[in-house]
Design a protein around this ligand. Sequence first.
Ligand code: APR
Length: 245
Amino acid sequence: MQNKLKDVVNILQQARHTVAFTGAGISAESGIPTFRGKGGIWDKYDPIILEIDYFKKNPDKAWPHIKDMFYNVIDKAQPNPAHKVLAQWEQQGLLKAIITQNIDNLHQKAGNKNVIEYHGNTRDLICLNCGKITPVKQTDMTQNPVTCPHCGGLLKPDFVFFGESIPLEAQQQSLWHTQSSDVYLVIGTTGIIMPASLLPYEAKKNGATIIEINLTPSNYTNTITDIFLQGKAGDILPGLQKLMN
Ligand code: APR
């Protein structure tokens, strides 16, 4: 593993445009459950809660679970060493952008500025009636369902539900960075949920070196991954950083 780490350090230090593509696994060591795998969110909750049609028809059933799944957990979560290394690498000019599937805001909390939130975020809520965006911090989240302070309409979390499309700007920025990258770090993702999961394939097609960090093999490991660093992101990324110093 040590030689692999040294190889990755050399690749990163010579790269022109490194991009990190992250999933729930990078936040696991911050206490945020992943979606799949032992103790994952989908072990406890039915994904239908995050289907947009179900939510619109049953907001009073969906909202309590959504608060338990996300809002009651994310607020207390802090960036872990994996997030912090990516923030250092952006400051040092080693990392051009993060494309994250996560909605926990931990990359920004760690200090990264160029974060593309492919699935939106949990900072804001959007009104399905008047379209206004209200920060969670300015909303009475004790209500069920949560309603708009401007018009009383139903508020929905400002992240992408199943059956909704990816925000256009996130799609465009992600594609540009993916097609510009020569090194693509794939960190903590099963590579199952499309269209996000297609991005590493696009990077590979454009000639990027795929470096994957994961506890277990993913859909990418035996197909497009060039270097697989198996283990916790919170151990491996600081290990790489240490070799750089
Ligand atoms: N370090 C590195 N990888 C980890 C760690 C860790 N400490 N802990 C778990 N993992 C890996 C798991 O092995 C798994 O491959 O993180 C991955 C988590 O997979 P998922 O829970 O499927 O998360 P993700 O791939 O981000 O899911 C994508 O699915 O439900 C939707 O919208 C949701 O954005 C989410 C999308």
